[in-house]
Design a protein around this ligand. Structure first.
Ligand code: CA
Length: 571
């Protein structure tokens, strides 16, 4: 009885003390114990153990507290940096004066290459595929550690070309084996650049539609040399090791040979209908594709030297999408000796050759070089690429969409590494900006109902120590608005559960279940938890609330500029 009384008494006393602590002014106790040096103002920050003397720091490229500016109704809002914009404009004007024309633009896009595959992000030598050319350029350029693709090939390539995320351009997944749907009807970056006086050349993987309206020459390219689909479409059914059920069945093999997609490396020319079939892609010709494409781009670069017009070259490698058949010169050249790593080494060599062509023809200083990958590493068909982040291609976890990226421009971009947000949609705006249509000026080329998810990041790149002009990053997954990131915080609304369905086998972005009804307050901190396996939403509500507000803002954008479906999921 006494014991119980004592216990109740202690509880009551405790409750009283707790109430007292709650109602008394914050910091009163602490300041009596430990007054600040000459400070009399009320203490508003501190730990449970008392006040802090720490002043704290703010960091560049963190914008949770900043309200971005709406520069056009149909564009994402922008973090403005007037001084940085001015500095960049002056540098660009000086260069234009020197060369007498706008800068050339080279976009070099690899396939399924993971964030950690190249050396400049910590892979390279360490994972058995040295990438000396990528590394040298990256270290002499601006390495973008938070650059984002979409979860897979076609959606990303269409995002670069339209400045829209997949919900707006409607290519929600890759069209396979000649399925209908593509860039048809889109206003593309090369089409705008043509209007701004550029020669536009595409080389390599297209995969943005095979129908007449989607062919490269009908969406902005003067000339295109490459294949219209994706690497595996041409060979996986021919290979007796990967698909013996097809390759060793004459009837099924014939079915594939007759399937309505173009089986060739093709040449497309502006003003000409259809494609010129250059040669069939099969197990004999595929190991030479990347070499052939490299030669075509080298020739283009040499041809353009001394010309009066600036140019845009979109070079999309075959490497390293499965199935990799590296050129015989490169088979076994990587210390890892896997077909994937050999593909990395070959792609690195090709980038080096294109840069050499620029150097030899005196065009390097007037050419911006952008390197990236179209999605994270593929995780279902080994050998895989690598990422330090959770998830693979096909998911909107960081591993699926955070891609190795740098931008190099000799004398124009100061070497550095920056975690400011960059979405590959920004290439649309940024390249248009460099070509003469900065900020909202790009909208004059677009219908009013066309929403632009990209942001002009030209001043971020070009101004010395320029900072990102993007406050948030919108994630999409299939037909869903999947998440939003501001600074190091990412809210999750639709996620891929890789291991939800199959108990065995490689499980990655395309094998799992997409879950859209999450618990409500799902937020990860990408700095403390890059693996995205700890929910920090509840503990960090002060950051969750503005992040949630950003998600609500974009939901309103989607109501006003509704999602499109050109290649979808049948639901
Ligand atoms: Ca890809």
């Amino acid at each position: 009885m006494t014991k119980r009384f004592t216990a109740v008494g202690v509880l009551l006393l405790g409750a009283l003390l707790f109430t007292f602590l709650l109602v008394m002014p914050r910091g009163a106790l602490a300041s009596e114990k430990q007054p600040g040096p000459g400070k009399t103002e009320e203490i508003t920050r501190g730990a449970v153990t008392g006040q802090t003397q720490a002043k704290g720091y703010d960091h560049p490229n963190q914008y949770m507290h900043v309200k971005p500016v709406q520069i056009a109704d149909n564009m994402e809002p922008v973090i403005q940096h007037p001084e940085q914009d001015q500095a960049a404009r002056e540098k660009l004007a000086a260069l234009e004066k020197r060369f007498g024309q706008k800068p050339n633009i080279l976009i070099f896009i690899t396939d399924d290459v993971g964030w950690l595959d190249p050396g400049f992000n910590g892979g390279g030598e360490a994972v058995g595929n040295p990438t000396p050319n990528m590394d040298r350029l990256a270290h002499d350029g601006l390495i973008l550690t938070s650059a984002y693709s979409t979860p897979s090939c076609t959606p990303t390539r269409a995002t670069i070309h339209t400045g829209q995320n997949p919900l707006h351009h409607g290519l929600l997944r890759p069209p396979m084996y000649g399925e209908p749907g593509g860039l048809d009807g889109a206003v593309t970056l090369p089409a705008i650049l043509q209007k701004l006086g550029y020669v536009t050349q595409g080389v390599g993987k297209w995969h943005m539609g095979e129908n007449e309206g989607s062919l490269p020459q009908n969406v902005g390219y003067d000339d295109y040399y490459g294949f219209l689909g994706v690497s595996d479409m041409y060979t996986e059914w021919r290979d007796i090791y990967f698909n013996p059920e097809v390759a060793l069945s004459p009837a099924r093999f014939q079915m594939m040979e007759k399937l309505g997609f173009d089986h060739n490396n093709v040449h497309c020319v502006k003003g000409k209908k259809g494609v010129e079939k250059v040669y069939e892609i099969n197990l004999t010709t595929i190991p030479n594709l990347d070499q052939d494409w490299c030669k075509y781009s080298e020739k283009f670069i040499k041809k353009m030297a001394g010309g009066k017009k600036p140019w845009f070259l979109y070079h999309a490698t075959r490497a390293c999408h499965f199935d990799n058949y590296p050129n015989h010169e490169f088979a076994g050249k990587s210390p890892a000796r896997t077909v994937y790593s050999d593909g990395m080494v070959e792609a690195d060599d090709i980038l080096g050759r294109l840069v050499k062509a620029l150097e030899e023809t005196g065009q390097l200083e007037n050419t911006l070089i952008f390197f990236t990958s179209d999605n994270g590493p593929e995780g279902e068909v080994p050998p895989h690429g690598r990422s330090p982040f959770r998830g693979f291609k096909g998911s909107s976890w960081e591993g699926g969409v955070r891609v190795p990226t740098f931008v190099y421009w000799q004398g124009m971009i100061k070497p550095r590494r920056c975690d400011g947000l960059f979405d590959l949609a920004d290439l649309f705006n940024t390249c248009a900006s460099l070509a003469g249509a900065p900020g909202a000026a790009v909208t004059k080329y677009l219908p009013k109902d066309r929403y632009v998810d990209g942001i002009d990041q030209a001043s971020f790149w070009v101004a010395d120590n320029g900072q990102a002009n993007r406050r948030s990053r919108i994630y999409t997954l299939n037909q869903f608005f999947s998440g939003v990131r501001i600074d190091e915080f990412k809210a999750l609304m639709a996620v891929e559960l890789e291991k939800a369905i199959f108990p065995r086998g490689f499980q990655a972005g395309f094998s799992g279940e997409v879950v859209t009804q999450t618990g409500g307050v799902l937020m990860v901190n990408l700095y403390t938890d890059p693996q995205e396996d700890v929910n920090s939403g509840i503990r960090h509500i002060p950051m969750m609330v503005p992040l949630g507000a950003e998600a609500t803002r974009y939901q309103e954008v989607l109501k006003k500029y509704p999602p499109q479906v050109k290649v979808g999921f049948g639901n």
